[in-house]
Design a protein around this ligand. Structure first.
Ligand code: ADP
Ligand code: MG
Length: 592
């Protein structure tokens, strides 16, 4: 008995069959997530309705998808399962997932139906047989009315992102659709949050549902840290650019409140040379598909979106969610921040707020049951340092392109008079000057909370330092702070604003300690490497002398080699594609 147990993987223990287990192994899922562990055995064993609440990014699709596939009789062509989801993007995403899950069940067909695409084509697909239909409510209604689908024999109806469907006013549609389904079917409701409307729907459409909750109701992912930045309203856009520039590898969703703002911010970013695009309801379906495709394969680095358009979107490895404005409904924040920190990865959710909105942060904290950290918009100087080091590390990592070899002799001739040091300086100047010129005269954007209180304790009296150790040395802000505390021994509260970047960090001390700090690090080695600490010219103080933002940076970024992707300027399409392939491979193997 024991031996058999050892050879079973955790998904088999849940009761899933061979075909799904094979697919699970292919996808690299190792252990079931909590909602999967809780929901799958119940759904496999019992014919029951269920309400499952779990934060975003916890694998709800598989939690209903696996048992649904197990329940389907793939030998019969009758439609047996219906999944309703709020948007076309989500509908396609779920369909893809289900196809993946069932790829070793040859006769099982999952068909997506949604607005904005040919209804005749979709109807043809259904006619070929579709045991599972994934639909948006509007198109579903349409096809029912035109007798293109028959859901009178379904055994399972799944309402995914139920709260959002209600938000979008689909209550009546759902009502109408369900009236065409058998009474004795099972209804499975999956949602990240449980507003009152969802309980209403549960009461109205479901029969004594089993309720499972993972984590606290309405809370966000554990893997997301939350930060907010206080700026003057007119500096919102400049602040967004800095947050992006301070994170050169950013891969983000930026949320705006309205379609108009979404469009405007995206246009501005594109105009400023960022790989950005807008996603909102005024775009044609074709345009939206194109945007999502480029975002998924990372040709777009900053997706500016409305809440509705980006709802439930699962794109791997989003590093940052930026709330350009807070949402009107505080609950929506959970959904926004849930775009990052998925599948066990960590992520950051940033909020740009004006002074008058700070109190809203408190309400969000209450809902997500997590604290925000107040941070300051990076100064131009910090950004320059970050970009410079990023460039250096890109160069270090770059694979040499041997196509260049044949030109080398002539290139060497042009450059032969320079030493290595001179060449490095020149190279960096070519790549970096425009960036530097943009930021060198920039002013502080942060409105610190102390300024708000009229207390200027911090506008003087501290010194900011740069130190050449960072995340790659295994530090985060807490461990670096501990390390500095120990080495510097300055007493309590003498250290502040420890800010760890990939290959370096910043920290502040009271200025009286400046000499001591510098002398301690004058000849400091760690594992044989020299640790370098310098005073960062911008002292990191806020509310000091205001300088004006220097001239435009418009349209220069890309051409100056600061393409957000950090790709070479001469990348050919083929290179990009193969790059994506290897990235995909990496992603898959990461999951293992
Ligand atoms: P939710 O609907 O809860 O927001 P999704 O179903 O979209 O979450 O899943 C989020 C991501 O996690 C997807 O990329 C999915 O492939 C991945 N995932 C789901 N279950 C597992 C698992 N058991 N192990 C690893 N990754 C998983
Ligand atoms: Mg989902």
């Amino acid at each position: 008995m024991r031996l058999i147990f050892i050879y079973m993987n955790k998904f088999e223990e849940l009761g899933l069959g061979e075909a799904i287990i094979k697919a699970v192994n292919d996808m690299g899922f190792e252990t079931p997530s909590e909602v999967q562990e809780k929901a799958i055995p119940i759904l496999l064993e019992e014919d029951t309705d269920i309400v499952a609440l779990a934060q975003t990014g916890t694998g709800k699709t598989a939690a209903f998808g696996f048992p649904l596939i197990e329940k389907i009789d793939s030998k019969s062509r009758i439609t047996q399962g219906l999944i309703l989801s709020p948007t076309r993007e989500l509908c396609l995403q779920i369909t893809n997932e289900l196809k993946n899950y069932s790829k070793f069940i040859p006769d099982l067909r999952t068909v997506a139906i949604y607005g904005g695409a040919s209804i005749m084509d979709q109807s043809k697909e259904i006619k070929r047989g579709a045991q599972i239909i994934v639909a948006t409510p509007g198109r579903m209604q349409d096809m029912i009315n035109r007798k293109m689908v028959d859901i009178s024999n379904i055994g399972y109806c799944i309402l995914d992102e139920a709260d959002e469907m209600l938000n979008m006013g689909f209550y009546e549609d759902i009502n109408a659709i369900l009236s065409h389904t058998p009474k004795d079917k099972n209804t499975w409701l999956f949602s990240a949050t449980m507003p009152r409307e969802v309980s209403t729907i549960a009461k109205r459409f479901m029969h004594e549902p089993v309720e499972i909750t993972v984590g606290h109701k309405n809370t966000g992912s554990e893997n997301v840290s939350h930060e907010y930045y206080v700026v003057n309203s007119r500096d919102r856009y400049a602040a967004l650019k800095r947050l992006s520039d301070a994170n050169p590898d950013i891969f983000s969703v930026i949320f705006c409140r309205t379609k108009r703002d979404t469009q405007k911010v995206a246009e501005n970013l594109i105009g400023d040379g960022y790989n950005a695009a807008a996603l909102h309801g005024d775009l044609s379906q074709n345009q939206r598909d194109l945007v999502m495709k480029s975002f998924r394969n990372r040709q777009i680095q900053m997706l500016v979106a409305t809440d509705v358009a980006a709802r439930g979107i699962d794109v791997n490895d989003i590093t940052h969610v930026i709330n350009y404005q807070l949402p009107d409904e505080i609950e929506t924040y959970t959904h926004r921040s849930g775009r990052t920190g998925r599948a066990g990865k960590s992520g950051v959710s940033m909020v740009i707020v004006s002074k008058s909105e700070i109190r809203k942060i408190k309400s969000v904290e209450r809902i997500i049951k997590k604290k925000f950290e107040e941070k300051e918009i990076p100064s131009g100087e910090e950004i320059c340092q970050i970009q410079l080091f990023h460039l250096a590390s890109d160069i270090k990592k770059a694979e040499i392109n041997h196509e260049i070899d044949k030109y080398l002799p002539s290139i060497n001739e042009v450059l032969e008079e320079f030493t290595k040091e001179e060449l490095i300086k020149k190279f960096f100047s070519v790549e970096f000057s425009r960036f530097y010129n943009y930021y060198k005269k920039s002013r502080d954007l942060s409105v610190s909370s102390r300024d708000r209180d009229g207390d200027s304790r911090n506008s003087d009296g501290t010194t900011r330092y740069f130190i050449n150790v960072g995340e790659k040395d295994g530090y985060d802000w807490m461990t670096l702070k501990d390390f500095l505390k120990e080495v510097l021994d300055l007493g309590r509260d003498a250290l502040s604003r420890v800010d760890v970047k990939e290959s370096f960090s910043f920290f502040n001390t009271a200025s009286e300690h400046q000499e001591k700090v510098l002398s301690i690090f004058e000849d400091f080695k760690m594992e044989g490497r020299k640790v370098n600490v310098e005073i960062s010219k911008d002292s990191g103080r806020r509310g000091g002398k205001r300088r004006r933002d220097g001239g435009g940076y418009k349209g220069k970024r890309r051409s100056e080699g600061f393409k957000p992707k950090g790709r070479g300027r001469f990348d050919k399409k083929e290179d990009r594609d193969s790059g994506n392939r290897s990235r995909d491979r990496r992603k898959r193997s990461n999951r293992r």
